[in-house]
Design a protein around this ligand. Structure first.
Ligand code: F6R
Length: 366
């Protein structure tokens, strides 16, 4: 049942080239410029004219929502708010018929997310679900939705569901942006073509496994980890930290790299591994200076970089090279080595990676 893998989590990490492709299948055909997000059809008008997009979710799904905030604002130019469902539902939020709410949930059973949906519905907003489990409570409670088609996710730590969520949200953002006239035809075609290359690039990122085993050996006994990224890689930093803490029980924090100097920098010493997601994108130069700041304080630097990078190579203790892609699509690739790193550290520490203590696959109580 684990298909020859030691754990479901590892199997699911390795399934990502296929699960991302499955998510895009039937929706995207770059050569003909065809992009169809089935669930959106009846609500495209509402979506296109929304004053605001509100994304609500918990945990890893909330991280996918943060990536989507960047995507929707960049491509569709509609303001986005990303809300923890547990906070949103109790805050008496300002909501109306012009708001388009997107609820993201792998299980489709998360109690807080379901309650946030009911609240938004009662205020007249349109609710769109991005769920993995077909026929789940959230899928049924929403007005419309798109499934992620990642297949069953058994490991408690979410991996392939996360990249499938981002894939669906990327398709939605591109469709919306194009329909609203915010993306020029040639640029749109370029983006669609690049999106089709993602499964192959994720496959290449998986080939980093041996290198990540070696890095895991070195840092498996660390007591703390810091994960830093900017822009599209900020949510990836949060997700990397969550993956590590939930399965290895090592304390880890994710931060936007620039926030480091407002507090976390005090934690840095020669014992502190700091994982930077420093791919070649619009914030690269800024991240490089953040790396220098950590180096000056003797922190151990593990950096996820774009293939061929030389600047960071000269500064970091370890560089993990991932294939280059459009800035907006980087999270789909840069999260993969972080999933593998967490997995190997947890295994080396003797942890039960598929069923970490105190956690359940779906959180049906608030
Ligand atoms: C982390 C994890 C949790 C879930 C969260 C939401 O690996 O699995 O943080 O992401 O409980 O669950 P869903 O997506 O089922 O609503």
């Amino acid at each position: 049942e684990k298909g020859g893998y030691d754990h479901f989590m590892l199997k699911e990490i390795y399934e990502q080239p296929r699960s991302i492709a499955d998510c895009m299948r039937g929706r995207l055909d770059a050569s003909s410029g065809r992009l169809v997000v089935g669930g959106l059809r009846d609500y495209m008008n509402k979506f296109q004219n929304a004053q605001r997009i509100i994304i609500t979710a918990c945990g890893t799904s909330w991280h996918a929502g943060l990536v989507a905030e960047y995507l929707f604002e960049e491509f569709a130019r509609i303001p986005v708010e990303v809300e923890y469902a547990s906070e949103f539902r109790y805050r008496n939020p300002v909501l109306n018929e012009n708001d388009f709410v997107i609820a993201i949930s792998q299980s489709g059973e998360t109690a807080d997310t379901l309650a946030a949906i009911e609240l938004a519905k009662s205020k007249g907003a349109t609710i769109f679900g991005v769920c993995n489990v077909v026929g789940s409570s959230i899928a049924r409670a929403t007005h419309a939705g798109s499934y992620t088609h990642a297949g069953p996710e058994i490991g408690v730590a979410s991996t392939k569901a996360f990249t499938a969520q981002i894939s669906v949200l990327t398709l939605m953002a591109l469709k919306l942006g194009y329909q609203r006239g915010m993306i020029a035809e040639t640029r749109y075609m370029e983006l669609l073509h690049e999106l089709e290359t993602i499964p192959g690039k994720v496959e290449r990122a998986l080939q980093l496994n041996e290198q990540l085993i070696k890095i895991a050996e070195i840092y498996k006994d660390a007591r703390n980890f810091l994960y830093l990224g900017r822009g599209y890689n900020f949510p990836v930093a949060l997700e990397g930290a969550l993956k590590l803490k939930e399965i290895s029980y090592i304390h880890a924090e994710g931060y936007p790299a620039a926030e480091m100097k407002h507090g976390p920098i005090a934690l840095i010493d020669e014992e502190m591994p700091v994982v930077f997601i420093a791919t070649k994108d619009s914030s690269y130069e800024k991240v490089v200076s953040n790396i220098q700041e950590v180096k000056a304080r003797k922190g151990k630097i593990i950096a996820v970089v774009t293939e061929g990078d030389t600047t960071v190579k000269n500064m970091a203790d370890h560089v993990i090279e991932v294939p280059s892609t459009e800035e907006a699509f980087v999270p789909l690739i840069s999260v993969v080595p972080l999933q593998l790193l967490s997995y190997h550290i947890a295994v080396m520490r003797g942890c039960n990676v598929d069923q970490p203590r105190n956690l359940a696959k779906s959180v049906t109580v608030e």
